[in-house]
Design a protein around this ligand. Structure first.
Ligand code: SF4
Ligand code: SF4
Length: 379
């Protein structure tokens, strides 16, 4: 049953590029997004397809290093490398790029990327004190509305934004439902399977198609849970992966953990559970978007208590046996915030904790394996 669903996922993924092309031929637009903070609802309200562009592959990094410092986060180098080498179809399809001033490396990279493609950068406040930060952030979102209206020549009315919020809330509910199937003990999905589903459904031109597929997979998983069919046993160690985002190509740590016999059941990152929020559909749509997106608990926020709250909740609901905190090399915010995560995991839960710092290359695979094996022995 799972095999058939993965085959379907692959077919829709291949069809998706044609769907995006057809959408553009009908006179519509595509907007690339670099971070979780920019509300993609606004692109949808302008009949544009929003595409996540953060690079997850090693291949374009060498080209990026001709321009960017080598000692930079691989996610930033991969993102820029794809743009510079014109090797990402989703970047090529994008009529413009929407980015935000999250970490220093990313915001300075966008200045250079602007020579390749029009880039609009949102000035993201660095803390979530709503009394001070909400109003300037709302202004940034209103500016983005004007930019997208100009690009697409469509009016983005409050009604259209409200409809987009409802659609994307539905998508986030489906994503959460899918991620929550691994709360079952044992889990019906492997960590790499969940990474693949989340990654591929993120690019779907037709949101409803993606929602239907995620629900179909969640239904199938429910059946597997009822039949007690799983690649694991009730005693398999259940790992929560927190920290930087991962995707296909940057998921080596997930694969190694699973090869060592444990199961990564939960992903607390912006490629995972941080995407499960709901935007309030009962208040002014711009106000609702501004408040909800600003609350995203990424380590670029100082302080960032929301991440500790999310971790607390997830450790309990996913019956976690150990936590791995992943930092990309040269990512200062996640690297330093690991201090608080370790404290929470060890002091409040008494669970084993492992902090890993790596990049997208395979050069340290064996070193990582040794550290992960030693960590699993502690459980
Ligand atoms: S970790 Fe933070 S800065 Fe990096 S892509 Fe995710 S939301 Fe953006
Ligand atoms: S992983 Fe860290 S350095 Fe890399 S883009 Fe995200 S916040 Fe920036």
């Amino acid at each position: 049953m799972k095999q058939e669903l993965f085959k379907k996922l692959q077919q829709i993924t291949e069809q998706n590029l044609l769907d995006i092309e057809a959408h553009k031929q009908r006179g519509n637009h595509v907007v690339g997004f670099y971070c979780l903070y920019a509300p993609t609802e606004l692109a949808v309200a302008a009949d544009a397809i929003p595409l996540p562009l953060c690079g997850t592959r090693q291949a374009p990094i060498e080209a990026a290093e001709e321009v960017l410092p080598r000692n930079l986060c691989p996610l930033i180098k991969s993102s820029y490398g794809f743009a510079a080498t014109d090797t990402c179809p989703f970047f090529r399809f994008s009529d413009m790029v929407v980015a935000d001033t999250t970490c220093d490396g990313k915001k300075k990279m966008f200045e250079i990327m602007a020579a390749i493609k029009p880039v609009h950068v949102l000035q993201l406040p660095q803390n979530q004190d709503m009394a001070k930060s909400l109003s300037p952030w709302k202004d940034e979102i209103e500016k983005l509305v004007a930019v997208l209206e100009k690009l697409t020549d469509r009016q983005i009315t409050p009604e259209k934004i409200s409809r987009s919020i409802a659609l994307l809330n539905k998508e986030r509910r489906a994503k959460k439902r899918l991620m929550d199937v691994t709360q079952a003990k044992p889990s019906p999905l492997t960590g790499p399977e969940l990474v693949e589903i989340l990654f591929k459904t993120g690019f779907f031109a037709d949101k409803e198609k993606g929602i239907d597929l995620m629900n179909e997979i969640a239904d199938a998983c429910q059946t597997l849970i009822e039949k007690k069919e799983s690649p694991y046993t009730e005693n398999t160690f259940r790992i929560l992966l927190t920290g930087v985002p991962i995707g296909l190509g940057s998921d080596k740590v997930v694969k190694i953990i699973e090869q060592c016999g444990a199961n990564v059941v939960a992903f607390e990152s912006c490629s995972g559970y941080k995407q499960t929020f709901q935007v309030d559909e009962t208040v002014d749509p711009i106000q609702a978007l501004a408040g909800q997106y600003l609350s995203i608990p990424c380590s670029v926020m100082s302080p960032n208590p929301g991440r500790m709250e999310m971790l607390t909740e997830m450790i309990k609901s996913f019956s976690i046996d150990g936590v791995v905190d992943l930092t990309w090399q040269a990512c200062h915010t996640y690297n330093i915030e690991s201090f608080h995560v370790r404290k929470l995991v060890q002091d409040s839960f008494g669970l084993p904790f492992l902090h890993l710092e790596t990049d997208y290359s395979e050069s340290d695979t064996e070193q990582l394996r040794v550290r992960i094996e030693a960590f699993l022995e502690m459980i």
